[in-house]
Write a protein that binds this ligand. Structure first.
Ligand SMILES: [Zn+2]
Length: 271
């Protein structure tokens, strides 16, 4: 029951029938929880209208028509994605961020007790590439240390498992949504050597090139539209160059497989 309704009812006395608690057998709750164990809750980051059926169709397609996937409409801009197994769910969660109609679809693990009016999306997960470190510093430990200053580190790409991958460190980080994306950071290496490290975001599809926030596009930016004397100049401080996929296009040479999978990943998120 919605909180305002509960508040409203406090003013009145309940009838004996209404006062009777409706007790649900714990086994029913257990079964309900089990049915949701491999699931995600998603929120489309927008204030405008969108096609719910179109979103469901699109996500099914881009996730590869996963058998057993159910997508439930559970609230304003809110969806519950129930997967057949943990592997499918983890693959989707780890492969994001995802977009629909140029809007970000935020995803998080479902938790017991979540309700439409209480679920919050404060963070977003990205694979971030750290570019610009000296050769000897391309290590998992250093990647983790830098990542911990960016957000919550969820995973560091295992360098030993990938062939000849020595240009950058790749980390999965959960970052706050209410802050501009960071373009990079000064890293002080032990004895005082300092170097600038570029952060390149994989699957960075939609964000504001004026203020660096993820929750709106450049054309909708309040900063940009402040007019003469305020706002952003024509030269935006942020840009598509922060997208890791753009680095490929600027002529870096990659293993064929990496390039193909990256392109596939990039294309998957568009639309
Ligand atoms: Zn903006």
């Amino acid at each position: 029951m919605a909180d305002d309704m509960v508040e409203q009812l406090r003013k009145f006395s309940l009838t004996p029938e209404e006062e009777d608690d409706i007790v649900i057998d714990p086994s029913l709750r257990v079964r309900a929880v089990e049915a949701c164990s491999s699931s995600l809750v998603g929120k489309l980051l927008t204030k405008r209208g969108f096609g719910r059926a179109a979103l469901k169709d699109k996500m099914r397609k881009v996730w590869g028509s996963l058998a057993g996937l159910r997508i439930l409409d559970v609230g304003e801009n809110l969806f519950h994605f129930r997967f057949a197994n943990d592997m499918d769910m983890q693959r989707v969660l780890n492969g994001g961020p995802w977009c629909f109609d140029n809007l970000l679809l935020l995803l998080k693990r479902w938790e017991v007790g979540m309700k439409a009016d209480s679920v919050e999306f404060k963070d977003i997960e990205f694979w971030i590439q750290l570019w610009g470190l000296p050769f000897e510093c391309i290590t998992q430990e250093i990647g983790k240390a830098i990542g911990e200053r960016i957000g919550t580190v969820l995973e560091v790409h295992k360098i030993a498992e990938s062939n000849e991958w020595g240009r950058y460190i790749r980390i999965r980080v959960s970052i706050p949504l209410n802050r501009p994306l960071r373009r990079g950071g000064n890293v002080v290496l032990g004895e005082g050597d300092k170097c600038w490290v570029d952060y390149k975001y994989e699957r960075l599809l939609v964000f504001c090139h004026c203020c660096g926030m993820l929750d709106h596009e450049t054309r909708d930016c309040a900063e940009k539209n402040k007019g003469v004397g305020g706002g952003c100049s024509k030269e935006f401080a942020y840009g598509a160059w922060m997208n890791a996929s753009q680095s490929y296009r600027r002529g870096y040479r990659w293993k064929e497989g990496d390039l193909a999978s990256q392109k596939r990943g990039y294309n998957r998120g568009e639309g």
